[in-house]
Design a protein around this ligand. Structure first.
Ligand SMILES: C[S@@+](CC[C@H](N)C(=O)[O-])C[C@H]1O[C@@H](n2cnc3c(N)ncnc32)[C@H](O)[C@@H]1O
Length: 261
């Protein structure tokens, strides 16, 4: 499988996403939203890593990792801040964080093969202090909590495509995020399926936009936009939680996207 710079696997995504019709939220349910899919992906990638030492694809490309690390640097996030990578995949971002100097890093993924691959990649890099756990973010074990920073690169996107009640799963995602992130903690999300406005809506309960990170612009057929949205949210004080009226989901045509369509 080969993903393009923005993380899309053209042929495969197209083949998977044209099964079924869009749901209420405009997404076509897809195998990309299932654990079986990711297990198969990371089993293959694990095999490739064992044979050739290739870590596999980096979702949204190298720049997506640099962008997040630059933000942490700019905001002087202390190197001992606890960082959680939600749906870490091959764990390459964990390696980048550790190389930058972060010392309290945890990666979770619901795919055991992804966690095995992450472990092998981390071991090859000679890093030993990164915590890894097979964990379904939508059904968390009680130990996970108190993180200063949570990162999501493509995981909320994948969850949004789950063929089995994705709307409920997205709500559960926001609840899990509220549980694991400290008050005033930051949530950095990179998405190719959601616009800034849609993400603001999804995370309106308990989170506020702190910053939008610049991402490359595209222009095609007279339309232009960003193929990827990268936002930083901050978890609000507990006293302000729960006082926000639910906003309706923005209606209208889904924006043109480069992956997970
Ligand atoms: C698009 S990949 C991104 C992987 C990685 N974040 C990266 O940037 O390369 C989505 C990842 O989310 C994981 N994932 C999807 N749903 C999950 C869930 N409910 N709990 C934990 N991990 C999940 C998948 O196994 C997969 O590794």
């Amino acid at each position: 499988m080969s993903w393009d710079a923005d993380g899309g696997s053209g042929a495969e995504v197209a083949a998977l996403s044209d099964k079924g019709s869009p749901g209420e939220d405009g997404f076509v349910p897809s195998a990309l939203g299932t654990r079986e899919h990711w297990d198969a992906v990371y089993e293959r990638e694990l095999q490739t890593f064992r044979e050739f030492g290739d870590t596999g694809e980096i979702w949204f490309g190298e720049e997506s990792m640099n962008r997040l690390i630059r933000w942490m640097q700019k905001h002087k996030i202390p190197l001992d801040a606890s960082v959680l990578d939600i749906g870490t995949g091959n764990g390459v971002f964990l390696v980048e964080l550790a190389k930058f100097g972060f010392s309290d890093i945890t990666g979770i993924d619901y795919s055991p093969s992804a966690i095995q691959l992450s472990g092998s990649v981390i071991e090859k890099e000679g890093l030993s202090n990164i915590k890894l756990k097979v964990e379904d973010f939508l059904n968390l074990s009680t130990q996970l909590s108190g993180f200063h920073i949570c990162i999501d690169k493509g995981t909320f996107d994948a969850i949004s495509l789950n063929p089995d009640n994705a709307i409920e799963k997205r709500k559960q995602y926001v609840k899990s995020l509220s549980r694991v992130l400290k008050v005033k903690g930051f949530f950095l999300i990179t998405s190719c399926n959601w616009t800034k406005e849609e993400l603001l809506n999804e995370f309106s309960e308990g989170f506020e936009l702190f910053e939008e990170l610049p991402t490359p612009k595209f222009s095609f057929g007279g339309r232009s936009g960003n193929s990827v949205a990268a936002l930083v949210f901050q978890k609000m004080e507990l006293t302000t939680l729960g006082h926000f009226p639910e906003r309706p989901h923005p209606k209208g045509e889904r924006p043109m996207r480069s992956c997970f369509c």
